[in-house]
Design a protein around this ligand. Structure first.
Ligand code: SME
Length: 157
């Protein structure tokens, strides 16, 4: 399977689950599980949730991670502040990179908006290989973020 075919299968699996489940955290748990299971270059994948001007660790798969991140700092914080995807081929060159796991060599972070275009989370994916992510990852991770935008309706439930 090519990477593109894998992402198409992931999107299909996520679509099936979004129609059946109405709980935000349970659903996001499954999104991270599906991504981690299917994409072998993902070493860590998770959501950082936007709460009161800072980012708090949400559903994830991988080793334990930093719980709080400040907007504007590190890759996730910069993504949250700028509200666009950041692809980092070599984390050692990114100013202020926060190394929750010293094995991380490259990463991609995608903003997640609700249906009113408010930033609700960032989707952070790390790899223990340099240059692990490309524009195919960006394209499909952004599609996933778009696909799950209605889930934030369930935030209060
Ligand atoms: N790498 C992130 C911090 C989060 S951990 O990698 C899970 C950053 O610099 O924002």
């Amino acid at each position: 399977m090519t990477k593109q075919e894998t992402y198409i299968a992931v999107l299909r699996e996520i679509q099936i689950r979004v129609e059946k489940e109405g709980n935000l955290y349970a659903y996001l748990d499954n999104v991270t599980a599906v991504l981690k299971k299917r994409l072998s270059h993902f070493n860590w994948v998770g959501f950082y949730m936007v709460k009161k001007e800072r980012l708090i660790l949400g559903p994830f798969q991988g080793t334990p991670a930093c719980i709080f991140l400040e907007p504007g700092k590190g890759v996730c914080g910069t993504c949250a502040a700028d509200q666009h995807t950041i692809l980092v081929n070599d984390v050692s060159t990114f100013p202020g990179h926060i190394a929750c796991d010293p094995c991380t060599k490259s990463e991609i972070v995608v903003p997640c908006f609700n249906r009113d275009h408010q930033l609700k989370a960032v989707l952070d994916v790390d790899s223990d290989q340099p240059d692990a992510f490309d524009t195919t990852d960006q394209k499909y991770l952004e599609q996933i973020a778009h696909h799950i935008r209605s889930l934030w309706d369930y935030e209060k439930q």
